[in-house]
Design a protein around this ligand. Structure first.
Ligand SMILES: [Zn+2]
Length: 155
């Protein structure tokens, strides 16, 4: 219960719970919150969690995450749980679910991939080969992506 009190003290916005410990800053980056300095964000790090050992929790004020945000989040925090807060109460709960493919979520890490050819713009497509451990392969060049690198290439 202490945990819940710690994370629900916002009026409107989104609580992202069960982020793997140490990854909250990356979540902030892929959601574009670091660039948008108008969004108040609270960050709780290294909280003990029954589910994943230790976790980070983010409270993002006045922003509701959408499905596209969740698809990005799946790469970093596949076990995250999302609560949309309206007027201090949980209005909606969402789960991050990694689908079989990622379209226009991240760029292929290999420089000689056909997707790097700007004259022939192609959608960025990745196939999710395995979820645990996470393995993602480029649809075009067939190469397995280094997950940390892929996170750096999120569009
Ligand atoms: Zn590729």
């Amino acid at each position: 219960m202490t945990e819940m009190r710690r994370v629900t003290a916002i009026r409107n916005g989104t609580v992202v719970d069960h982020i793997p410990s140490g990854y909250a800053m990356q979540v902030i980056r892929i959601l574009g919150i670091d660039a948008d300095r108008a969004t108040p964000v609270s960050l709780v790090m290294n909280v003990p969690s029954d589910k994943i050992g230790r976790k980070d929790v983010l409270k993002i004020e006045d922003r509701e995450l959408d499905q596209e945000d969740l698809d990005r989040l799946a790469l970093i925090a596949p076990a995250a749980s999302i609560a949309i807060i309206r007027n201090h109460a949980v209005a909606e709960k969402m789960k991050v679910e990694l689908g079989d493919g990622l379209v226009n979520i991240a760029r292929c890490s290999f420089s000689n991939c056909i997707t790097k050819n700007n004259r022939e713009p192609l959608p960025q497509r990745m196939r999710v080969v395995s979820r645990d451990p996470l393995e993602v392969r480029c649809y075009y060049c067939g190469r397995d992506q280094e997950i940390d690198e892929l996170i750096g290439n999120i569009i």
